[in-house]
Write a protein that binds this ligand. Structure first.
Ligand code: FAD
Length: 404
């Protein structure tokens, strides 16, 4: 292989460039992305970045990395089309680039609700640095912030804005926050700590629309007619995979670009990784699209091996974190289809974990301020070890010793 082209300079694409060199690939690497910033960490955007005044970007790699590793970094360039038959990608300026192997790491973009007023000024969906800067600017002088969506990004932003002294309201359509992702005890705890920080939380609430004044948002209106003041509205109701390039090229897509265990798409020379890739997960035996730094990074490491013809049995244990004020949520494993949920620790004391089981087998652990459970969980799940529920409930049992 002489030339590998990577589309997307996020966590997945950037790690892939690094892994290819680490694994000894000596050919050309082009890393193309439509953002103009050097590749950077996205998670701080909903946390420290908003607080940080002049806080700089946390770069994924120092600038010298790309030169030293002969990665041709093409920033501010959008790939407009793929020609699988010609083995070329076309950029938006009409130029084309040849590849032997193409990797799509195009990520995802925020989904916007179809609400009247959604295009008013002051309404922001946060995905990249440009959005973060827009949000920071919109927040200056704003008193009232409404967050649409009680998911991870929404709840992180709510905590951040509350810490910045703003009046924050979160509107969540489901009966509880983070409902699709975590155990009810975890939702309850995070909801209570948001409320304690001054956040107004409206669950089971939908919106009728947004109202504005001279093109800028002034209120959101709930389905039952309450008008809530808002000079800033942040939308965090989930994402859509950036799969259109692949679709237009005839590559199979279904809630993401469909890939096999080596991250190969329906076209043999085209691969996909990260938030955009949909695949049958080894742990859950179901087709998934995960959205996390871990997933993007570990898939990049694995696809590097597939591209270079090295054995690559992808068996990374998925994990995730979300910092919401004082609460550090960490998740490991996949809790789908769990039939037993065992609590370790005291939820009242703000430090506990929920261990999810199916038929006596450990599937996943959600932890609040219990990093040791999380770290041990990563090891236990990788080794296929399930601690007995009775031992998990009993804080006097040393799970680490049990697992050894
Ligand atoms: P991305 O990072 O989205 O990168 C894709 C890149 O491809 C983008 O730069 C995009 O502009 C570019 N692109 C798309 N189409 C084209 C094209 N046609 N041509 C050129 N370039 C293109 N994860 C965690 O694990 N923990 C967290 O706490 C956490 N917090 C987060 C907070 C925020 C505010 C956000 C937005 C995300 C957070 N995530 C978190 C999720 C994590 O950032 C993503 O899972 C990760 O960025 C996925 O990496 P990726 O490389 O697949 O996609």
């Amino acid at each position: 292989i002489e030339r590998i082209v990577i589309v997307g300079t996020g966590h997945a694409g950037t790690q892939l460039a690094a892994s290819l060199r680490q694994d000894g690939y000596a050919g050309a690497i082009a890393l193309i992305g439509d953002e103009t910033d050097l590749p950077y960490h996205k998670p701080p955007l909903s946390k420290a970045f908003l607080k940080g005044g002049e806080a700089e970007l946390q770069l994924l790699r120092p600038e010298e990395f790309y030169v030293k590793n002969r990665v041709e970094l093409m920033l501010g360039r959008r790939v407009a089309a793929i020609g699988p038959a010609e083995h070329r990608v076309a950029l938006d300026d009409g130029s084309t680039i040849a590849y032997d192997r193409l990797v799509l790491a195009t990520g995802a973009r925020p989904r916007l609700p179809a609400l009247p007023g959604i295009d008013l000024g002051g309404v922001v969906a946060l995905r990249n640095r440009a959005d973060g800067l827009m949000l920071r600017a919109a927040t200056v002088g704003a008193e009232d912030v409404v967050v649409i969506g009680g998911g991870f990004i929404g709840m992180e932003l709510a905590a951040t804005f509350a810490a910045l002294g703003r009046k924050v309201t979160v509107i969540e359509a489901a009966p509880r926050i983070l409902g699709r992702a975590v155990a009810p005890q975890i939702s309850e705890h995070l909801a209570a700590s948001a409320v304690a920080a001054g956040v107004r939380l409206l669950t089971a609430t939908t919106l009728r629309g947004l109202e504005g004044d001279q093109g800028r948002v002034s209120h959101v209106v709930t389905a039952n007619g309450e008008r809530i003041a808002a000079q800033v509205v942040v939308v965090g109701i989930g994402v859509l995979p950036n799969q259109e390039l692949a679709e237009a090229a005839g590559i199979a897509c279904a809630n993401g670009i469909v890939v096999d265990r080596s991250f190969r798409t329906s076209h043999p020379d085209i691969f996909a990784i990260g938030d955009v890739a949909s695949y049958e997960h080894w742990m859950a035996a179901r087709v998934l699209r995960l959205e996390s730094v871990q997933n993007a990074t570990d898939q990049a490491r694995a696809v590097a091996k597939s591209l270079l013809g090295m054995p690559a049995d992808y068996r990374a244990v998925p994990w995730f974190w979300s910092d919401q004020g004082d609460a550090k949520l960490q998740m490991v494993g996949l809790s789908f289809d769990a039939d037993e949920h065992v609590v370790r620790g005291e939820s009242g004391a703000g430090s506990f974990s929920v261990f999810h089981y199916r038929a006596g087998r450990l599937l996943a652990i959600d932890s609040i301020n219990r990093a040791a459970d999380h770290m041990l969980g990563r090891k236990m799940l990788a080794a296929g070890f399930s601690p007995p529920p009775a031992a998990v409930r009993d804080l006097s049992v040393d799970l680490r010793a049990l697992a050894e």
